[in-house]
Design a protein around this ligand. Structure first.
Ligand SMILES: Nc1ncnc2c1ncn2[C@@H]1O[C@H](COP(=O)(O)OP(=O)(O)O)[C@@H](O)[C@H]1O
Ligand SMILES: [Mg+2]
Length: 366
């Protein structure tokens, strides 16, 4: 889906944006949490857009999802710094020469964009730690303030290196001109990282639990976007579709984007329904393959949850009987396995199929 564009294409989140910029500009770090695809990355980009307007503020965004170890982490962080300087300083190569040699990075250039790329290879933990320290040292030596976002931060818990948290924390707490956003969708991992007594990051940041966008504001935003481009959609139809997709940002954006593209002038109910169907058809191939990843019992439970559109009491005897789920002990085990694989998630005591489109497809086809 489309990446962050500008505030004009970004719905609401005014309070949340202020909380992010407020924490950072007042010298506090922030942990940002929500289910997947609710809008954490978008919020970071929107807050950074605002911060960049301030004098003396620079922003670095690093998505560490693709990293598997400390060296990957260093490479991505180093690359973010180098790219940032490339974009912002004409004499960037001179500026980063010491940094590059300090982290033993090989520099190359993208043949199309000319953007700098770095290659790093460290043999020992000592070499890695020295390079990490060089990057942080570089940032703290600059005469500006930095906001650094580590997106999908829970990924560091999967690294084979021990004491990653303590290592990062030791640098992070020393720097007075750099503040951090730690963002991620694994609520359990991240809350315990930042709120368990005795863990290195204990009480080192504010928390922001990102909720869904308020449906009324979202409805207004969508209707306005259609109107702005000479098309129209009735608020009632908009509201219905928002609810249909549980006001889950990604699915809502995806749906309305397609709908906008398809609509000539006025959105009809028939077009809405056609688009619902089309989206599921496009995905059918992947959804069939999901079935092979689950045990038959897990699939049965997933179908049942999808058909109910969410379930608050998966152990209730009528739910079990209605969907032929046999005994409740198997339900608990299967539910835990599905949650573990992020096929199911819980929100305010209700279990849902995580992927909203998949949920619709299951409910329709089985
Ligand atoms: N406030 C918003 N207004 C419009 N689109 C948004 C908003 N927040 C997020 N999006 C869009 O929704 C999708 C999912 O958001 P994203 O920020 O990637 O979620 P997350 O990081 O929580 O997984 C993206 O396509 C993003 O551009
Ligand atoms: Mg994200």
């Amino acid at each position: 889906m489309a990446a962050y564009h500008s505030p004009a294409y970004f719905c609401d989140r005014e309070k949340e944006t202020k909380r992010v910029t407020g924490a950072l500009t007042n010298g506090r770090n922030l942990t940002l949490l929500s289910a997947r695809r609710i809008g954490k990355t978008g919020l970071i980009k929107n807050a950074f857009y605002q911060l960049q307007k301030k004098k003396d503020w620079q922003t670095l965004y690093v998505d560490i999802m693709p990293t598997d170890n400390l060296n990957d982490f260093i490479k991505l962080l180093g690359k973010a710094v180098v790219e940032h300087e490339w974009r912002h300083s004409k004499s960037y190569l001179k500026k980063i020469a010491t940094l590059l040699s300090g982290i033993s990075a090989k520099l190359s250039f993208d043949s199309i964009t000319g953007a700098p790329e770095i290659g790093v290879e460290y043999k020992t933990r000592q070499e890695s730690e020295k390079s990490l320290s060089e990057i942080f040292h570089y940032l703290s030596a600059q005469d500006v303030k930095y906001a650094v976002a580590f997106d999908e931060f829970q990924q560091i818990t999967c690294y084979p290196e021990k004491n990653m948290e303590a290592l990062l924390r030791s640098y992070i707490q020393q720097m007075s001109n750099v503040n951090f956003i730690f963002s991620g969708s694994n609520k359990h991992l991240l809350t315990s990282m930042f709120s368990d007594y005795g863990r290195p990051f204990y009480q080192s940041s504010d928390f922001l639990f990102l909720e869904k966008i308020e449906a009324k504001a979202y409805c207004r935003f969508i209707c306005e976007k259609f109107a702005k481009h000479g098309k129209s959609i009735a608020p009632e139809l908009t509201k219905e579709a928002l609810e249909y997709y549980r006001v889950h940002t990604f699915y809502v954006q995806y749906f309305f984007n397609k709908l906008f593209e398809r609509c000539e002038k006025t959105v009809t109910k028939a077009l809405v329904e056609q688009m619902h169907r089309l989206i599921l058809e496009e995905r059918e191939y992947i959804y069939y393959s999901y079935r092979n990843l689950l045990t038959p019992y897990q699939f049965l439970l997933l179908k049942a949850i999808a058909r109910e559109g969410g379930i608050s009491q998966p152990n209730a005897s009528d739910f079990i009987a209605k969907h032929s789920l046999k005994q409740s002990s198997s339900v608990n085990r299967a539910l835990a396995a599905l949650a573990d694989r992020e096929m199911v998630y819980e929100e305010s005591g209700v279990y849902y199929v995580y992927d909203v489109f998949f949920s619709k497809w299951l409910a329709k086809n089985f």
